[in-house]
Design a protein. Structure first.
Length: 324
């Protein structure tokens, strides 16, 4: 993708350039985004969500129904009565493996859902106004119990019995989003998960990936919003330190950890966590300072870059800058 100039000279939000940018992404990513081939759903999640924020879903080169139909191609087909593979259900990250709904008569060992991609799929469907009638709700919710570590209460990105899956608070957030969207919390141990999250609060007030880890704003967002979805915000041990940690991430821009460079996406993570806590951010932080920082990260060709000095936009920092 070509490098783009900053719009910091005018500091005006350019909606049309952002619409053009995301349309270009969904029409065909450049070679710099080739790694998204195994994560098509997460790439689509950023694009569709951004166009929803811009109130421009009708300007995509595909109809909402076409997007909905495409998302369902990623759903692992359910075989009725097949207990052996019930941990596999959900949505895959990509269609690079030869597993499609046409192979519903067979299930392979590597054909299974991924908790983050299942969340992305459900979110895209919701943004596009799907009725969820084709979502295998019961199978997806039942599979969640295989993603939860029975000892710690944390979640992994793949079923625990696989033995090589990541495990941290990001996947708890995905599990909570899935249960919220499908409106069913009956199939995993909420209390054990809440206790695990509480252990992740750092001495600085923020939350880390795992107990004892350094606080990080994006992880703090995942923890706070997960606790909110589970109705457990009142269980946070030190809310005052948490609010201080989040609000102090703003100086000339927002950062994610103490002493780290400013980064556009952290405007979303920090402000989102504060809002989830019920804080009036307009009273707590300088909104104009945040706006100016983000507009300096805006690029003429559309999208936002990670920092003011970086020239190339990317979909992740673009969607979170737009929402912030």
């Amino acid at each position: 993708m070509e490098k783009c100039k900053s719009k910091s000279d005018t500091l005006k939000f350019n909606r049309e350039s952002h619409i053009a940018y995301f349309n270009k992404l969904i029409s065909g990513m450049s070679s710099s985004y080739i790694e998204f081939t195994q994560n098509h759903l997460s790439g689509a999640y950023f694009i569709v969500s951004a166009m929803g924020v811009l109130d421009a879903l009708d300007q995509l080169p595909f109809t909402k129904q076409q997007i909905i139909n495409w998302v369902y191609e990623f759903q692992v087909p359910v075989l009725e009565g097949d207990k052996e593979h019930e941990r596999c259900y959900g949505f895959r990250g990509g269609l690079h493996l030869p597993f499609t709904p046409s192979t519903a008569g067979e299930l392979y060992a590597n054909d299974m859902g991924h908790i983050a991609n299942t969340y992305c799929a459900l979110a895209i469907l919701k943004v596009c106004g799907d009725d969820f009638s084709r979502v295998n709700k019961k199978a997806i919710l039942n599979a969640l119990k295989y993603y939860q570590d029975p000892e710690s209460g944390c979640f992994q990105c793949l079923p625990c019995e696989i033995g090589y899956s990541e495990e941290d608070t990001r996947f708890i957030y995905c599990a909570c989003c899935i249960c919220t969207i499908l409106n069913d919390w009956s199939l995993f141990d909420k209390e054990k998960t809440i206790q695990y999250l509480i252990k992740c609060q750092s001495y600085s007030g923020g939350f880390g990936w795992i107990p004892g880890a350094e606080a990080h704003s994006s992880i703090t967002y995942c923890v706070v919003t997960s606790l909110k979805m589970m109705g457990a915000l009142d269980r946070i041990p030190n809310k005052e330190a948490l609010v201080e940690y989040l609000s102090f991430r703003l100086n000339e821009g927002w950062n994610g950890r103490i002493g780290k460079p400013y980064d556009a996406c952290y405007a979303y993570w920090n402000l989102g966590a504060l809002i989830a806590l019920g804080i009036d951010v307009k009273e707590l932080v300088d909104g104009r300072q945040t706006e100016e920082f983000l507009l300096k990260c805006q690029r003429e060709c559309g999208g936002f870059s990670k920092t003011v000095v970086m020239k190339k936009p990317d979909p992740i920092h673009s969607i979170y800058s737009l929402v912030a």
